[in-house]
Design a protein around this ligand. Structure first.
Ligand SMILES: CC(C)(COP(=O)(O)OP(=O)(O)OC[C@H]1O[C@@H](n2cnc3c(N)ncnc32)[C@H](O)[C@@H]1OP(=O)(O)O)[C@@H](O)C(=O)NCCC(=O)NCCS
Length: 166
């Protein structure tokens, strides 16, 4: 059976990520990478971000092949809150891979990082992302207006969240 696993991103992943992220069908995604070199420089910042408790970024592997990424961005002013983000190579869409990756990263967030609240945000048109949140048991809390910027425009997003009851 095919297996989804997570590991920390490595600098040598840069070429593969540049290939995945150059996809024009990533319609609702705000990250744009201009070159492999830019991606490499970004990947180099990961260890420091972990040390400073800012971001925890993982590679998604499918049968040991690098197919995507998911990460937790910490709310620096409210350190019990984290936001999960993800993307996947289009060749692997609709196999349940990201849903499985979110379940795994959520465990890291609640059990290792001891977060209490996890958020997932997406544009209203991003049906796949909304389905992932629902299938992983996140509750839709509403719409957040002009919450992020893409292509020079401030856009609304839907907010889903899961909290850990103690
Ligand atoms: C969003 C994304 C990560 C989904 O990954 P995935 O591994 O295909 O998702 P899953 O297979 O776990 O399935 C999620 C659900 O969305 C549905 N779905 C997947 N791709 C879809 C699409 N293009 N259009 C509509 N629904 C879609 C699946 O059918 C599934 O729902 P179901 O169980 O009700 O059938 C992927 O489409 C992607 O990388 N998109 C570009 C980047 C992006 O938008 N990231 C999220 C930003 S918030």
């Amino acid at each position: 059976m095919s297996k989804v696993t997570l590991r920390y991103q490595e600098i040598s992943d840069a070429e593969r990520y540049f290939e995945i992220l150059s996809n024009p069908n990533f319609r609702y995604f705000e990250v744009k990478v201009k070159s492999v070199e830019e991606e490499r420089e970004w990947l180099k910042t990961n260890p420091e971000k972990r040390e400073k408790n800012r971001e925890y970024n993982y590679a998604i592997l499918y049968d040991d092949e690098l197919v995507g990424a998911c990460g937790i961005a910490m709310d620096t002013r409210r350190p019990h809150i984290g936001e999960i983000g993800y993307f996947l190579d289009e060749k692997y869409w609709e196999k349940g891979i990201t849903t499985e990756a979110v379940k795994q990263i959520e465990k890291i967030a609640f059990e290792i990082l001891e977060l209490v609240r996890l958020e997932i945000r997406m544009e209203p048109g991003n049906r796949a992302s909304g389905r992932i949140a629902i299938k992983c048991g996140y509750t839709k809390e509403g719409s957040v207006r002009k919450a992020y910027e893409r292509d020079g425009e401030y856009r609304d997003c839907l907010l889903y969240a899961k909290v850990k009851e103690r």
